[in-house]
Design a binder for this molecule. Structure first.
Ligand SMILES: O=C[C@H](O)COP(=O)(O)O
Length: 264
């Protein structure tokens, strides 16, 4: 087995949203930990694998992973760090229990919980302030050509960074590009659409020195076969339903291994 690469070529993560019971979450995480410990794509550092369970499952999942090289992410975080905010969970506490990622701005939180650009910007700043990588979810609302979609998404990214910029906060972002119309759908967006938007977003991120090291992964009905279809031109996937079977995660890791490290 080759030595671990310094920068993983792919980031591959799964949000469990609110689909599983606690016991099923732990069974799933145990299986993912077992896969991660032995799979060469993870062991060599080719893939940065992360899981995003519900809040009460974070510590049990961390323990079920049993030291496997899998990062832990939260599905949300508070915009404040301490105080009378019933029901909220701070970035301080998330960092303390080992979360290195926090999901921010998911379309479901915008649509169902009325999170707006200001909330998302405050949460992005809270993550950066606490040394947590924002897993910033962005995506166009309606189907549009890649250049048009990328413009809409770039505006969302800029809006999410306003509070961080004002506070002088820096750090890499993990952008989950999720076309809203492709979330919860039977199929992901077409590979050529994904490649087109992600290429534009990569160019946009390259113009943000405060967030050097950022990368874009694709989410929205992603599953086995998509990484291969994207031909290595996208830096990873953010999965939902189609990673509920641990065998699907293993299949995607196999695809990453077949694509291999960047050769140039
Ligand atoms: O957080 C994950 C995304 O929203 C994708 O979910 P999905 O693959 O079930 O559509």
């Amino acid at each position: 087995m080759s030595a671990a690469t310094t920068t993983p070529r792919f980031s591959i993560g799964v949000s469990l949203k609110m689909y599983f019971t606690h016991s099923r979450t732990i069974e799933w995480a145990t299986a993912i930990g077992e896969t991660a410990r032995r799979h060469p794509a993870v062991r060599t550092g080719l893939v940065d694998l992360f899981v995003v369970p519900t809040f009460p499952a974070l510590v049990p999942v961390r323990d079920a992973l049993g030291g496997a090289p899998v990062r832990l992410g939260a599905q949300d975080l508070a915009s404040e760090d301490v105080g009378a905010f019933t029901g909220e969970v701070s970035g301080v506490e998330l960092a303390e229990i080992g979360c290195t990622l926090a999901e921010i701005g998911h379309a479901e939180r915008r649509r169902l919980f009325h999170e707006d650009d200001a909330v998302i910007a405050a949460k992005t700043a809270a993550a950066l302030r606490n040394g947590i990588t924002p897993l910033l979810c962005v995506g166009e609302l309606e189907q549009a050509p890649p250049a048009v979609a990328a413009l809409e998404v770039a505006v969302q990214i800029e809006a999410a960074l306003t509070a961080s910029a004002a506070a002088g906060l820096t750090g890499p972002l993990l952008i989950a590009y999720e076309p809203v119309w492709a979330i919860g759908a039977p199929e992901p967006a077409a590979p050529e659409h994904i490649r087109g938007v992600v290429a534009e977003l990569d160019r946009h991120l390259a113009s943000l020195p405060a967030h050097a090291g950022s990368r874009v992964v694709y989410g929205g009905s992603a599953g086995p076969g998509l990484l291969t279809a994207l031909d290595g031109e996208v830096a990873g996937l953010f999965l939902g339903r189609f990673a509920h079977d641990p065998a699907a995660v293993e299949a995607i890791l196999d695809e990453a291994l077949a694509l291999g490290p960047v050769t140039s």
